[in-house]
Write a protein that binds this ligand. Structure first.
Ligand code: C2E
Ligand code: CA
Ligand code: CA
Length: 283
């Protein structure tokens, strides 16, 4: 016969060894691990400081998810969050994240008599869930926190889509006294009137813009424009991913309100964050 099973097999073998397929295999593996994950055992929130400049006061923290995945070694949220969104796990996982973050900020603000905000990254899938607001309300009530301690981070691309359901959720969130920050700001197209209409509280200036600032760079001009726009609207601007003294100095001179980045601290587990950042700021 002309048909040669061996060579078919060989072709298949080489096909399955392609880079594309190892990516698919890894994705399938992550999907399976996510579907079977025990959130309490496998996930942890790390916290990164948000600092008011030029006073250098700790005013908030961003909660960043870490997966202490068993066999798979380190998997970054940039890799597994999109998969969690795709398979819908982000909804229960997102609720778990909100609950952990609320418990933590309640503990810290009560213990240190502080008024820190916790920034929580919210995925679009969560906003599309009918009981999202009810869940948030129930958690706020259970842990009796001030709604203003919560800061929901929503990426610019999602926030600016202008879908009517998302718009009404923004209005509800704002009316509850929860703050909304626009994450990765400055990379997409946003209209001033839209930002004004929804009374967002803060613009998080995207790291790629911050990366390349020097006194006369076009990025510095863009950041200056964003900061001025924020001031006009009566909201705050925070620069993300600030790593160097030069960046910090320039951001101070541009009158940026706040910064977040390795220069003030990497994301840390709650206990380490408390030791490194809260105790020393507490009065
Ligand atoms: P993001 O919301 O823009 O978070 C900021 C990312 O920048 C974090 O990466 C943080 O660790 C990193 N970062 C902060 N300061 C610096 C710096 O000075 N230099 C550098 N090079 N990086 C810095 P991370 O923790 O790996 O998270 C990546 C992304 O995964 C986040 O980007 C966010 O989109 C997503 N993510 C993380 N945690 C959650 C979560 O709880 N829920 C959702 N939906 N998404 C999350
Ligand atoms: Ca964020
Ligand atoms: Ca960001």
């Amino acid at each position: 016969a002309m048909y040669n099973s061996k060579s078919q097999g060989y072709n298949q073998y080489s096909f399955f060894n392609s880079e594309l397929n190892s990516k698919i295999l890894r994705k399938n593996e992550i999907e399976l691990l996510l579907k079977n994950a025990n959130f309490d055992k496998e996930f942890e929130l790390y916290y990164q400081p948000q600092i008011k400049i030029p006073e250098n006061n700790l005013i908030g923290v961003e909660a960043l998810l870490r997966w202490k995945a068993l066999e798979s070694g380190h998997i970054s949220p940039a890799e597994f969050i999109p998969i969690a969104e795709e398979i819908g796990i982000i909804v229960p996982l997102g609720e778990w994240i909100i609950k952990q973050a609320v418990m933590q900020i309640s503990k810290w603000n009560n213990l240190y008599d502080s008024d820190l905000k916790v920034g929580i990254n919210i995925s679009p899938k969560q906003l599309d869930t009918p009981n999202f607001i009810d869940y948030v309300l129930s958690i706020i009530k259970t842990y009796s926190i001030k709604p203003s301690w919560l800061d929901m981070e929503i990426t610019e691309s999602i926030a600016m889509k202008g879908e009517s359901t998302v718009q009404s959720i923004f209005a509800t969130i704002a009316n509850l006294g929860i703050s909304i920050s626009i994450d990765d700001f400055g990379t997409g197209y946003s209209s001033l009137s839209y930002i004004k209409k929804f009374s967002f509280n803060k613009l998080k200036i995207a790291k790629p813009l911050v990366d390349n600032i020097s006194t006369d760079s076009s990025e510095a001009q863009i950041i200056k424009a964003i900061v001025m726009m924020a001031k006009t609207l009566g909201i705050k601007a925070i620069a993300e991913g600030v790593e160097s003294e030069e960046q910090l100095k320039l951001l101070i001179s541009l009158q940026c309100d706040e910064v977040q980045g390795y220069i003030f601290g990497h994301p840390l587990p709650a206990s380490e964050f408390e030791r490194m950042h809260i105790k020393q700021f507490a009065n």
